[in-house]
Structures are given as structure tokens and as C-alpha cells.
Design a protein around this ligand. Structure first.
Ligand code: MG
Length: 257
């Protein structure tokens, strides 16, 4: 019996984890409940120091080059109300999230960001923002340098679903990069999902997601199901009331011509 218990625990992947913390993913494997506090924190990997921003490839659409927000709008149709200075754009708390004027489907997306150098708050209240593909699928932005939070909510997590493979965070105030390859979900004629959304992400050049399937849109304390949506939708950046900065944002469409 003891051997059976041990085998069951090995299959679950986590010795001693309460059964209630295990649920089944769409792909049939064991998974953790959303924001589980017992889910192990990813191992820390020092990615090395930040370098100067690299120029975008010639076929990229530059969404922000440090000068203006002409390719962005505010959420709710307002003008983008964030502050542009010194080659970066900074969240203005309360101004709301900003969305790209253009819509995108499958993309390669490069984003650079920095959490505030002056640390305030802990957990989710420390340098929180986010990069939302199609306005629905969030790659979390958070100051995860020596800052504990639930694993599926730390920097580079696919929020509420997948922690990064490792924690490749730099210190607060230092520039960090996300290189994201996103494949949008596909829906059949009835609006049922035929292919889930998939994400590959490099955080500071370190692989942190390898073509993982999303369970649906990302959400707080929930994993809602997919709902059919358009094939191109804006990218958005989150106002989470903290002074996160962004620079050098560019995108390449991966949609077949
Ligand atoms: Mg966020």
C-alpha cells in the first residue's frame, strides 16, 4: 500500500500535495489550481546584465521607438495617457491600459520593460503590469527579483496558468526583455476551439515557455474557457497602478499571407 501511495504521489508530481490542489488540464496531465500557493517557485537563473536595446529587424512593425504613442490608444477609446520621456513610456496609474492601434494574430513580439528602481510593496503589488496578446492572453510583468508570489503570477508567467520554467529576472530598475512567439487559438465554424493558443517566451534571452498551450484567456483567480474571437486583435499593456516602464516594442506578423 505504501508503494502504491508513493507511486500515486509520483504520478501527481508532488509528494504530499492535497488532492484538491490537482486538476486535469485539457491535455490530460496533472495541473495546479489557479494561483496555488504550494506550487513550487521556478529556479532562479541569473540572465546576466542588460545590454543596449538591439535595433528591430527591417520587417518589424515598430510599436514604440521611444518617441511617441502614435501607434497606441487608451482602453475605452481614450488617447493613450502614459508618460513618454527619455526614450521610454511609463505607466500613469489610473490612466488605464493602452492598446495597439492595429490588431495582430500570430506574432513574434519584442518588449522591454523595467520595474521601479525604488521598491514598494510585495508580491503582486511590486512592479505589476502585463503584456496581453489579443487583449486576452497575459504574459505577466512583475518585479520578481527576490519577491515571492504565487508561481503562476510571477514575472513571465502566463498569468494564472503556467509559471515560467525558470525565474530569469533582473533587479528592479534594470531593463528586461521578453521575446514572445504567439499562435492565436483557432475556432471552428461553431465557435469551438480547434487549436488552443500557444506561447513561447524568452525572458532576458532565457527560455521560459516552450510552445505551451493556454487553457483559455488569462484571468485573476479563474481559468475561463475560450470564447471565439476575431483573428486579429490589439496587443495591450496593463495599468496596474505601478510605475513600470517600457521601451523598444516591435512586432512581426507570423500570419500566412
Ligand atoms: Mg499583470
Amino acid at each position: 500500500m505504501r508503494a502504491l501511495v508513493t507511486l500515486t504521489a509520483m504520478v501527481a508530481g508532488v509528494v504530499g500535495m492535497p488532492k484538491s490542489a490537482i486538476s486535469q488540464t485539457r491535455e490530460g496531465g496533472p495541473a495546479w489550481e489557479v494561483h496555488s500557493l504550494t506550487r513550487p517557485a521556478p529556479r532562479v537563473v541569473d540572465p546576466g546584465p542588460a545590454g543596449a536595446p538591439l535595433p528591430p529587424p527591417v520587417d518589424a512593425i515598430v510599436l514604440f521607438d521611444g518617441r511617441d504613442l502614435s501607434r497606441w490608444r487608451g482602453a475605452n477609446g481614450r488617447p493613450a495617457g502614459w508618460k513618454v520621456e527619455n526614450g521610454y513610456v511609463e505607466v500613469v496609474p489610473g490612466a488605464g491600459s493602452i492598446v495597439s492601434a492595429d490588431g495582430f494574430g500570430d506574432v513574434q513580439l519584442h518588449v522591454e520593460w523595467a520595474a521601479p528602481a525604488v521598491v514598494k510593496g510585495t508580491g503582486q503589488d511590486r512592479g505589476n503590469s502585463g503584456v496581453f496578446l489579443m487583449g486576452r492572453y497575459e504574459v505577466q510583468v512583475l518585479d520578481s527579483w527576490q519577491n515571492t508570489t504565487y508561481a503562476d503570477g510571477q514575472a513571465a508567467a502566463i498569468y494564472g496558468q503556467h509559471p515560467p520554467i525558470v525565474n530569469a529576472s533582473r533587479k528592479p530598475g534594470e531593463w528586461q526583455t521578453y521575446d514572445i512567439i504567439f499562435h492565436r487559438p483557432r475556432f471552428d465554424a461553431r465557435g469551438n476551439v480547434s487549436e488552443p493558443a500557444r506561447l513561447t517566451v524568452l525572458h532576458n534571452n532565457v527560455l521560459v515557455h516552450d510552445h505551451v498551450a493556454l487553457t483559455g484567456p488569462t484571468a485573476h483567480r479563474a481559468r475561463p474557457p475560450y470564447e471565439a474571437h476575431a483573428g486579429v486583435l490589439p496587443i495591450s499593456l496593463q495599468d496596474h497602478n505601478e510605475l513600470v516602464r517600457y521601451r523598444n516594442i516591435w512586432v512581426r506578423s507570423l500570419e500566412k499571407e
